[in-house]
Each structure stands twice: as C-alpha cells, then as structure tokens.
Design a protein around this ligand. Structure first.
Ligand code: 4AD
Length: 467
C-alpha cells in the first residue's frame, strides 16, 4: 500500500503513483452527481483532489459525502497522481490527485464563527473591491481575538508566529555564543520590582504576593551569585489599566544581565551586536514569512545601521526642540508622541529606524538604576527605539547596598519585600548592568504592525482573559 506523502512533495515525479495525503479542506465543489473537487492544504501547500464516478474509482455517494464536508475539516485521502493539460489555478501543486479513498478524520462545524478568507484579506483588497462596487466584510479585532484559533490560521498570522519563534531563537543563539547562560527565575514574588502600581497581587498561602513584573531582582541576584552573564525568557505581568496599542497585561520578556568591567556602554555594545544579528537573521531566515505578513499588512523593510546609532537623552530632546519646536523638560521622560517624533527625525537625519538613547534623567528610572557619576540628576541608563517606539530599557545597576537602600527609601519603596535582594549586595558583587526587551513589541515593530495584540498568541489586555 501507499505511504504518507507531504502535499508539498506531490508533483510530476509521482505521476500515476498512488499516494496518501493528510490535510485541511479549503474548498469543495460538486459538478453534477458525477464529479467533485476538493482543495486540500498542508503547511501552506495546496492540491486539487478530483472525484470522478467510475468503476474502480468512486461512487456517487462518495462524491456527495466528500463535497459535503465543511471547509477546515481534516481529511486523509488516497489517490493517484495525474498531470492535467492546463495549469491549475487555486492550488500550489501543479498536479491533481484522482481520489480513490477519503476519510474524514475531524469534521469542522459547517458555519464557522470566523471566515478565514475574510480574516486574511488586506485593507487594500477591501478598498479595491469597494471601488468596484463589491462590499467585502471587514473582520474586527474583537471578532478575530474571540475566535483566535481560527484567526491564527491566516497566512499572515502563521507567518507572524514563525517570525516570533525566530526572534526567540536568534536571541538565545546570540547570547549563548556570547557566553551567557539561560536562567529560570521565579514568577511568584513577595513584592514589586519595577515600582508603581502595575502588579497583579495574589494570595500565597495566606501571605500577600504578586506576579513578577520583570525578572529584574532575580537576574541581578544571579549576578550576585557569581554567574557572570545570564539571560531570561518568559512571561512577565503588568496590571496595565489603560488600553493602548502597545501594552499587554502579560507579555514575554527577553532579559539579560552581565558583569561590566568599566562602563555600561559594554551593555549597549551587546544590545547593538545582538539586534543587528537579529535583524539580519530575520531578513535572511524569514523571507517567506515577511512576504506573507506584508501581503496582508504592507510595511517598509526596517532601516538599520551596521553600527547602531547612539544619542544621549540631551541630544534627543535638543533635536526635538530644534527641528520640531517640541519643548521637553530635561529631567522628565518622553511621552509616546515625543518618542514617535524623535524616531521620525532620527530616521530622516541618520537613515535608521533603530537607535539607542542613553543617559536618561534619574527621576524617570527605577530605584535600582545607577546614577550618572558626573551628574546625579542623570543615570547610567538607556532605552532603545524601533520605528519610534521603545522596545528595550536597560541600565547599569546600583551594586552598593547603602546607595541602593537610600534610593529605595527616597522613592518611598517598601523595603520589607526587598530584604533578600538588598542583602545579596552585602557579600561582594561586581558592577553589572542589563536590559529587558518586549518580544511582542519587537515583532510588532519589525513588521510595522499597528497593534501588539497581533503579535501575542492569545493576548491578555485589561479587558481580555480568554480565549
Ligand atoms: O521598560 P521595562 O518596564 O523595563 C524593565 O522591566 C526592566 N527590568 C528591564 C531592565 O533590565 N532594565 O520593560 C522592558 C521592555 C519594554 O522596553 C517594552 O518593550 C516591554 O518590556 N514592555 C511591555 N510590552 C508589552 N506590554 C507591556 N505592558 C510592557 N511593558 C514593558
């Protein structure tokens, strides 16, 4: 008997052979009682399967049964490969399968709550159709997210999550090759790490606890434990109250922490090499995926320099003032609009969508951030921007326990839950620094997408806890 063949591999070389395929029904069509057609898909490859009533082929009931199967059902089909005279439109494979046997492995309900063809259409296709007088439905974000399992089947979404996987892979590969080890710190904590109110609290066997806002404290404690270079990947939790296009309540953090010899520019050097390698890797390894995303959501390829541009915060706000007339308080933070403007100015002036802004005002950074040695109103910290939005924040950390305590007190932070963390610096710790990246933001901005929910598999935002 025949063995399983991937649809991708069913081609002219298998002419007249019997093959067995497995896939998802994308289309069905019945022509009279005697003939039926199915388009079956597997891994983005599709093949046309033909049912013709004849002796030793298929029966009328079989034509009726097969063409009556609903779209998205999973079928196993045994058939003979044939090469038609004319090119086949509507399938990737240029051969047909003359069906002999068909088995419905898993039937989809006849009325899907989301039509995948509709969900896969680009805005331009909808507009063009409208101009031609055809009204095609626009699928709202809520409908997509409510039916995420179906929404994820569109080519663009399949591509987005392969790109996301690649970002994770490239991040790990680069850091392994730079002698980092991956650590797995706890996500259940006794208190907040980044300060602020954005923590999810919970009851931990009768004691107050919270979900980690970041692996910050424990990645630093790993450095205190004599691990020189560590990285962490995994979920972090922020009790965000407002709905924005770039905030989730649960996202995936890619964090690194390392001993530094002299200056926190060593951390920025790592970020620079890591992201250039990551962007190169994505462009090289994800050509097909980027094309699929672009087809539904058009975007310009990312512009980035071989050596990442670095500007000080002061230079950044100077640019905003001189070239856009925007006044920024030199000791406060940039808001979303200012970040976007600066991103635009930098892109025009330096030809890059990716740059590092460093030496932020101390007042806008978390308590553990090292003040600048030459001016304590500033700090040894940086943010990194992609298409005018923040994707990374990083800094040198305070490794002196007295200074750390003083800074926490100044900011009115509850020291009780930080005791073990503070103590870790009393046993000798090398100067160190690190950074945190939001995975979903990297993918969103690399692909020029407008909403972080598009790059989160099953997003958690202030309103959404399912699916
Ligand atoms: O800027 P954040 O809050 O920094 C930290 O957590 C530090 N402990 C990192 C460090 O090592 N210094 O978060 C880091 C990154 C942001 O730049 C952003 O990309 C992402 O995490 N991020 C979010 N992504 C999605 N939804 C949210 N609510 C996010 N908050 C931060």
């Amino acid at each position: 008997e025949s063995t399983w063949t991937e649809i991708e591999a069913v081609d002219e070389t298998l002419k007249d052979q019997t093959v067995l395929i497995s896939g998802r029904i994308k289309k069905t069509c019945r022509v009279g009682k005697q003939t039926g057609f199915l388009v079956v898909e597997e891994n983005d490859f599709t093949i046309q399967c033909v049912l013709t009533v004849a002796e030793n082929q298929v029966s009328e009931q079989m034509v009726k049964f097969a063409t009556g199967l609903s779209k998205e059902s999973i079928v196993d089909i045994q058939g003979i490969v044939s090469v038609p005279g004319a090119p086949i439109r509507g399938a990737t494979q240029q051969v047909e399968l003359q069906v002999r046997k068909i088995c419905a492995v898993s039937k989809a309900v006849p009325m899907l709550p989301l039509n995948i063809e509709d969900a896969a259409r680009s805005e331009a296709d909808i507009e063009n159709a409208l101009e031609a007088g055809v009204h095609l439905p626009r699928v709202t974000q809520d409908t997509r997210l409510n039916n995420r399992v179906l929404d994820l089947r569109t080519p663009a979404n399949q591509a987005i999550f392969r790109i996301e996987s690649e970002v994770g892979k490239l991040f790990r590969q680069h850091l392994y090759s730079a002698k980092f080890i991956e650590i797995f710190p706890p996500r259940l904590l006794s208190g907040s790490s980044e300060g602020g109110a954005s923590v999810f609290t919970l009851d931990y066997n009768g004691r107050p606890a919270c979900l980690a806002q970041s692996p910050q404290l424990h990645k630093q404690m790993a450095i205190c434990a004599n691990m020189k270079r560590v990285f962490v990947t995994g979920p972090v939790y922020r009790a965000e109250k407002s709905n924005t296009h770039r905030h989730l309540c649960e996202f995936n953090g890619l964090d690194a922490e390392m001993v530094i010899k002299k200056h926190y520019s060593e951390v920025m050097d790592l970020v620079d090499a890591l992201f250039v390698a990551m962007f190169d890797g994505l462009n090289e390894n994800c050509k097909k995926e980027l094309k699929a995303v672009r087809k539904q959501y058009p975007f310009e390829p990312l512009k980035y320099l071989r050596k990442t541009l670095r500007l000080t915060f002061e230079e950044g706000i100077q640019m905003l003032k001189e070239e856009d007339g925007v006044e920024v308080d030199p000791l406060s933070d940039l808001n979303t609009e200012m970040e976007r403007k600066l991103g635009k100015l930098v892109a025009e002036k330096y030809g890059t969508d990716f740059f590092i802004l460093y030496k932020f005002p101390l007042a806008v950074r978390p308590f553990y951030t090292m003040p600048a040695y030459d001016n304590p109103e500033y700090s040894n910290s940086f943010d990194v921007f992609l298409r005018g939005e923040e994707i990374i924040s990083g800094a040198q950390r305070i490794h002196d326990p007295e200074l750390l305590t003083a800074r926490a007190q100044e900011l009115g932070i509850n020291l009780e839950t930080l005791e073990a963390y503070m103590d870790a610096f009393r046993y000798g710790t090398s100067p160190h620094g690190g950074f945190g990246v939001g995975l979903e933001r990297v993918v969103m901005l690399f692909c020029g997408l407008d909403n972080i929910r598009k790059t989160s598999l099953f997003p958690r935002d202030p309103q959404r806890l399912t699916p």
